[in-house]
Design a protein around this ligand. Structure first.
Ligand SMILES: [Zn+2]
Length: 325
């Protein structure tokens, strides 16, 4: 059962979050397997995409952004693209595009950063975007401060959190074909439960790496083995790690409130995309292929438009208004 648990350490400037995606992660993989070409992810890709999915869920839950949080890697190796999109209600979708051979034990670099041209980014796309307003995009470095490629995605994000938020963060991520999970421990900028979304101050920055309570809890968190995260339920994981600490847990997000798979694609959107191609282009495709078929990379849904459907799209579209909306 999927779950997301948030907790604080009583009286200490440390918060934590645990996410376990089970049924919804399996659905991502099942839909992928049901798709046509390129059905199964190689296991290192499945693991990376699962870790990104768990991490994106934690990030969205952490900042409670009123819009989509999108975590992406644009790879220069056999994996060209990995995308995870998480909505404010923690519904999510995820997909990866693999074009080459991925070695069985491929590292992050071997998948997406072969020529040092891999890019990772987080995008915050507000739900009610004003005209002309651009989504916020943050660049997440795939290299450490000495310019060495980072080989674990959890370390990529830990490094990013420290750079961008000036906050010590410990992240443990794991994924297999059954489960994608993550544990996040973060030093709070200001002590206490009332400051969950407070921004770091100069005094907080001076605390980086120096808070003893955070350091102790971070060591406990980092001792969590991937196997344990994958196989034990949430309460057991937290009890085993932090049994000596006074933990205050919020109501867990389980059942209908838990993170879940949902795709936002629709026939309507695909129609608008075809309208964007223009009538001539659409007719060419119908002539060559008998129909227009557009598959959704996220959920595997196939949208088909025969010659009549395709003509219909342009009936109400005045010339010159065929831009992508
Ligand atoms: Zn879809």
């Amino acid at each position: 059962m999927s779950e997301l648990r948030k907790f604080l350490f009583d009286g200490l400037p440390v918060r934590g979050m645990l996410v376990r995606l089970t049924d919804c992660w399996q659905e991502v993989l099942r839909r992928r397997a049901a798709g046509g070409n390129d059905p199964h992810y190689p296991s290192p890709v499945r693991r990376l995409l699962g870790e990104m999915t768990a991490a994106a869920t934690l990030m969205q839950s952490n900042i409670k952004f009123n819009g989509a949080l999108v975590l992406q890697i644009f790879g220069d190796g056999p994996v060209k693209l990995l995308v995870v999109e998480v909505q404010p209600d923690l519904s999510f979708r995820a997909t990866a595009k693999v074009v080459g051979e991925v070695p069985e034990n491929a590292t992050l670099s071997q998948m997406v950063n072969v020529h040092n041209k891999g890019r990772c980014a987080v995008t915050l796309d507000p739900r009610d975007r004003l005209p002309g307003q651009q989504p916020y995009q943050g660049v997440i470095s795939l290299w450490d401060d000495r310019g060495q490629p980072i080989e674990r995605f959890s370390e990529v994000l830990q490094h990013y959190m420290l750079q961008s938020e000036q906050l010590d963060t410990t992240l443990v991520l794991a994924a297999n074909e059954q489960m994608a999970g993550g544990l996040l421990i973060q030093r709070l900028p200001v002590q206490g439960a009332g400051n969950l979304s407070a921004k770091a101050t100069q005094a907080d920055e001076d605390q980086i790496g120096r808070n003893e309570d955070y350091a102790r809890i971070a060591i406990l968190a980092a001792s969590l083995k991937e196997q344990e995260l994958l196989e034990l339920d949430g309460p057991t994981v937290l009890r085993r790690l932090f049994w000596e600490e006074n933990r205050v847990e919020f109501d867990p997000l389980i059942g209908e409130q838990a993170p879940r798979f949902a795709c936002k694609c629709s026939r309507d959107r695909v129609q608008r995309m075809i309208a964007g191609l223009g009538q001539d282009e659409a007719r060419d495709i119908v002539r060559e292929q008998g129909q227009i078929e557009v598959g959704c990379d996220f959920c595997g849904m196939a949208y088909r438009f025969d010659a009549i459907d395709a003509e219909q799209i342009f009936v109400n579209t005045a010339p010159g208004s065929s831009s992508l909306q």
